[in-house]
Design a binder for this molecule. Structure first.
Ligand SMILES: [Zn+2]
Length: 169
C-alpha cells in the first residue's frame, strides 16, 4: 500500500545589474540549462531559481532544509555553485520515497521561456529519474503586476507529489 504526500517550494532571484558591456558576467541558468543572451541571477550560486524551488519542495517532504546553511556551506566553503548539487543533497533525504509528479509555475517577464520548456523538462526529468510527462511547467508575466512581471527577476513555485510505502500497522 502507498500513501501520497505533497509539498510546495518557492524561490525568487533578481537579475544581476547590467555591467554595460556586451558580455554577461554570469549565464542565466534555469532548471539546469543555460539560457543565452540574457543576464544571470544575483546569487552566490548559479542562482537556478527553478531548481531552488524544487529543492525547497523536496525539503517540504524530508523536513531537511538544504537551501540556507547547507547550500551556503557547499557554495562558500566548497565552491560548489551548481544548484544540481544542492538538489541531489535534498534528494538524498528522500530515502525510499519516490517523486511521481512535479509542477512548476514561473512568474517573469523575461526570459520568454516557451522555447526552453521542453529542454528544462528533460533536464529536470533526468535529475529526478522520472518521465518528462510527469513534469508540468507553466510561465506567465502576470500582466506586469509584480517586479517579476516587470522584468526585475523571476519567481518560481513548485509542487511535488511523492509516493511513500505505508507502514503496516
Ligand atoms: Zn535561490
Amino acid at each position: 500500500m502507498y500513501e501520497y504526500l505533497t509539498a510546495i517550494g518557492q524561490d525568487s532571484h533578481r537579475f544581476e545589474e547590467a555591467s554595460g558591456s556586451e558580455e554577461y558576467s554570469k549565464p542565466l541558468v534555469m532548471g539546469g540549462i543555460e539560457i543565452p543572451d540574457i543576464e544571470g541571477f544575483e546569487a552566490n550560486s548559479d542562482g537556478d531559481v527553478v531548481l531552488h524551488a524544487l529543492t525547497n519542495a523536496v525539503s517540504g517532504i524530508t523536513g531537511i532544509n538544504i537551501l540556507g546553511a547547507v547550500a551556503d556551506d557547499m557554495c562558500l566553503a566548497q565552491s560548489i555553485t551548481d544548484s544540481r548539487e544542492y538538489l541531489k543533497c535534498a534528494l538524498d533525504g528522500l530515502g525510499d520515497d519516490r517523486i511521481v509528479h512535479v509542477s512548476f509555475s514561473v512568474e517573469c517577464k523575461k526570459p520568454v521561456l516557451a522555447p526552453y520548456i521542453a529542454e528544462i523538462k528533460a533536464s529536470v526529468a533526468s535529475l529526478l529519474g522520472i518521465r518528462e510527462s510527469s513534469i508540468g511547467f507553466t510561465a506567465t508575466s502576470g500582466e506586469g503586476l509584480t517586479d517579476f512581471g516587470r522584468g526585475l527577476g523571476a519567481q518560481v513555485l513548485c509542487s511535488i507529489t511523492v509516493r511513500r510505502k505505508s507502514v503496516d500497522i
